[in-house]
Design a protein around this ligand. Structure first.
Ligand SMILES: O=P(O)(O)OC[C@H]1O[C@](O)(CO)[C@@H](O)[C@@H]1O
Length: 548
């Protein structure tokens, strides 16, 4: 599919947009009492209400036509069956194999990958059992109390997000720490809290070449060896998760203490692999398995449901509708559950590293918009910060509300107030407040005449702002697994329509390359002159002022 904007469905959507873009959600709801029932569905324990979108039944029909004309169904099959859809790296994309609970063989390069997937899963289960039960002891015979995951990007965000989201299921003796940035402040503050006798470090890096991770790992190892007095104790306190056994060995970690994964698992899709080791240790292998099970349920739904009833497809195509036809450039993720506070950051990598591309699968520059800027924080904090712009600003920002019905052990009225805000915000985005309503309110307050006229334009809300709402009973491993897989597949759907490779990330390489060169400049005496004037100026300013 070479020219998306010339497909019959795209052209039909352009015409359709002219007919429906002025329609107001208030009227769409008034005209159709069944709208909520028509535009909501449930899967994997996630209830998804998409009725508050600027769509009609015809919009959905055309969006599904577009998905079909872009070959979505065949592409789903291609991914799940292990075809090398990551074309620039010649790799299969098989994070779904890691949660393939039906254990069907999956052939990559002539080999069934399931036996090795299951063997690593077993190794993770055994190791996590040992650490949790206290069988795994530190060099002085004490049980492990602190786990430090050292990794960045996909080797950090997934485990971090899940451990925080599911902390109610976490082992009470174990404290989890995550070190990602090369800013030494983070690693030094974490180390300052720790007792080397009871700390386990997990060095997580797909490539085992990432500078930030290796720098933090070396600092931690030096701290540990100094405290323990002997390198031989490393074996009890350092394990690695990687695809690169050679580099792990060179770093000084016994490869028996390495948990393997494979190049067909993308970094931002890797929490299902051994990168999930901290999750398994903290939550226990049964909860970890439940997380995988939740994702598997969503995989099954995604593979089997017709596009019209397929949650990730609907979600993905709604995103296409806003990005490509309404010109939305951002997507807000608004979880109303404090435990999900790193979920937007996790989705930022998932979505933006996947679909932040401008070149299609044939190497041609696209002539349409692709992935939006994904951003967010917990919703209730957002309401008191940036929601003003969402309600009355000049751009359209689609919002995903994510909320949980039960919050065990939280006293009322906290949850009732929280949920009231979820529903109120989605209602406010839908209906807004028109001039007549504003005037009626001001009349009641006794503000009339010129004073009223002056205030009215400021108090009017246009409404008609699109939202999705995802509800789940409670934030459990299964529900979270399904939620993460939902977003993974949504990203896949959009990447398919935009005809881009969602599984490479060349865009992060240039900065890394230049940083290496500049690092050398920073430690070379004398004036630096080999960059543009601004970069030279900044480097030289730094060199003049850095205390050495
Ligand atoms: O796991 P690694 O190889 O250390 O990479 C960490 C992260 O760095 C990136 O390659 C981007 O620089 C991500 O895709 C990846 O998740």
């Amino acid at each position: 599919m070479s020219n998306l904007t010339q497909t019959p469905a795209w052209l039909a959507l352009e015409e359709h947009f002219k007919e429906v873009s002025h329609l107001h959600l208030r009227d769409l709801f008034n005209d159709d009492p069944q709208r909520f029932d028509k535009f909501s569905l449930e899967s994997g324990g996630l209830f998804f209400d998409y009725s508050k979108n600027r769509i009609t039944a015809q919009t959905m029909t055309l969006l599904m036509d577009l998905a079909r004309q872009c070959g979505l169904e065949a592409r789903i099959k291609a991914m799940f069956s292990g075809q090398k859809i990551n074309s620039t790296e010649h790799r299969a994309v098989l994070h779904t194999a890691l949660r393939n609970l039906d254990k069907h063989p999956l052939i990559v390069d002539g080999e069934d990958v399931m036996p090795k997937v299951n063997a690593v899963k077993e190794k993770i289960g055994d190791f996590s059992d040992k650490v949790r039960s206290g069988e795994w002891l530190g060099y002085t015979g004490k049980v492990i109390t602190d786990i430090v995951n050292i990794g960045i990007g996909g080797s950090d965000l997934g485990p971090l997000m899940v451990c925080q989201a599911l902390k109610d299921y976490g082992h009470k003796r174990l404290k989890m720490h995550f070190v990602s940035t090369v800013d030494g402040d983070q690693v030094m503050s974490v180390l300052a809290e720790l007792n080397p006798e009871t700390t386990l470090f997990i060095i997580s890096s797909k490539t085992f070449t990432t500078q930030e991770t290796l720098t933090n790992a070396r600092t931690s190892r030096a701290w540990f060896v100094k405290a323990s007095g002997d390198e031989k104790h490393i074996a009890k306190h350092f394990v690695a998760v990687s695809t690169n056994a050679k580099a792990v060995g060179e770093f000084g970690i016994d490869t028996n203490n390495m948990f393997e994964f494979w190049d067909w698992v993308g970094g931002r899709y890797s929490l299902w692999s051994a990168i999930g080791l901290p999750i398994a240790i903290y939550l226990g292998k049964h909860n970890y398995q439940d997380l995988l099970h939740g994702a598997y349920t969503m995989d099954q739904h995604f593979c089997s449901k017709p596009l019209e009833q397929n949650l990730p497809v609907i979600m993905g195509m709604l995103g296409v509708w806003y990005v490509n036809f309404f010109g939305a450039s951002t997507q807000l993720i608004s979880p109303y559950n404090q435990s999900l506070y790193r979920f937007p950051a996790y989705l930022q990598q998932l979505d933006m590293e996947s679909n932040g591309k401008t070149v299609d699968l044939d190497g041609k520059r696209v002539n349409y918009r692709t992935g939006p800027v994904v951003w967010g924080d917990t919703g209730i904090n957002g309401q008191h910060a940036y929601y003003q712009l969402l309600h009355q600003g000049s751009q359209i920002v689609p919002v995903d509300f994510i909320a949980t019905i039960e919050h065990p052990d939280i006293p009322e009225p906290h949850n009732t107030i929280l949920m009231a805000n979820v529903f109120a915000q989605t209602e406010a985005f839908l209906r807004g407040k028109n001039e007549a309503e504003v005037r009626a309110e001001l009349d009641i307050q006794g503000i009339t005449g010129e004073a009223q006229d002056a205030l009215v334009p400021h108090k009017v809300f246009e409404g008609n702002r699109p939202t999705n709402t995802i509800l789940m009973q409670r934030l459990s491993p299964r529900r979270l697994g399904a939620l993460i897989a939902l977003y993974e597949h949504k990203v896949f759907v959009q990447g398919t329509v935009w005809n881009i490779n969602s599984y490479d990330q060349w865009g992060v390489e240039l900065g890394k390359q230049l940083a290496k060169a500049i690092e050398a400049d920073l430690t070379t005496p004398g004036l630096t002159t080999n960059h543009d004037a601004s970069t030279n100026g900044l480097v030289n300013y730094y060199k003049r002022n850095t205390p050495r």
